[in-house]
Design a protein around this ligand. Structure first.
Ligand SMILES: Nc1ncnc2c1ncn2[C@@H]1O[C@H](COP(=O)(O)OP(=O)(O)OP(=O)(O)O)[C@@H](O)[C@H]1O
Ligand SMILES: Nc1nc2c(ncn2[C@@H]2O[C@H](COP(=O)(O)O)[C@@H](O)[C@H]2O)c(=O)[nH]1
Length: 190
């Protein structure tokens, strides 16, 4: 049996990765989504094991020490990481897996899985990115400013990705990603 494909969706905070992924889950239920571990506090409505595995700093460190993370990164004061075992088992079983992670982590996955498919989600403009972060209302103005500073560096990394997709409209962004998934599967059949 051939292995599944690893898709990584990345891009600056607030660009709409979570929103687009949630819509893709509805449109492509056959895709399997990785649940990350994080030391960040849950936001209202977030559920442990569904949105994230919420960990203490000690628990997260143990995961690193036991080599349980495919990649991890510190992002604006919190740690985030992708549990390795779930990714490996999904791919070995011949299923595709979808990771939604920030840019430092994606660059690490590129080293370990160069055969992965790396998609950078871009905002229509920098101003719109700031509007989206502010309108989401989940971060303080300080955190938003920090995330915008990081975003400027992250946009520089877009050139390392296989695809860039503009998230102007959720429907269009999803259609673009769905086309990429189809195209990557066609490549395998050739
Ligand atoms: N195409 C779009 N047009 C307008 N608003 C959008 C669009 N996509 C997402 N949004 C809004 O932008 C905000 C940020 O989206 P979302 O939380 O999905 O971003 P994210 O990239 O996952 O952020 P983070 O990396 O911080 O988790 C949300 O309020 C969402 O509703
Ligand atoms: N490197 C990783 N980044 C991850 C992972 N899971 C999520 N993220 C990214 O972190 C930021 C902030 O997320 P938020 O939920 O606090 O807004 C965002 O860009 C996520 O995509 C991961 O496992 N590794």
């Amino acid at each position: 049996m051939s292995k599944g494909l690893l898709f990584v969706l990345s891009g600056p905070s607030g660009v709409g990765k979570g929103t687009v992924s949630a819509e893709l889950r509805i449109r492509k239920p056959e895709l399997i989504y990785s649940v990350s571990a994080t030391t960040r506090q849950p936001r209202t409505g977030e559920v442990d094991g569904v949105n994230y595995f919420f960990k203490t700093h000690d628990e997260f460190k143990k995961m690193i020490d036991n080599d349980m993370l495919l990649e991890y990164a510190e992002y604006v004061g919190n740690h985030y990481g992708t549990p390795r075992d779930f990714v490996d088992r999904t791919l070995e079983a011949g299923n595709d897996i979808f990771l939604e992670i920030e840019v430092q982590g994606a660059l690490k996955v590129m080293e370990k899985f160069p055969e992965g498919v790396f998609i950078f989600l871009t905002p229509p403009s920098f101003e719109e990115l700031q509007n989206r972060l502010q309108n989401r209302g989940t971060e303080t103005m300080d955190t938003i400013n920090n995330r915008m500073t990081v975003a400027a560096d992250e946009l520089e990394m877009m050139k390392h990705y296989d695809y860039s997709v503009v998230n102007d409209e959720i429907d269009l962004a999803c259609k673009r990603i769905e086309s990429i998934i189809i195209a990557e599967h066609c490549k395998i059949r050739k």
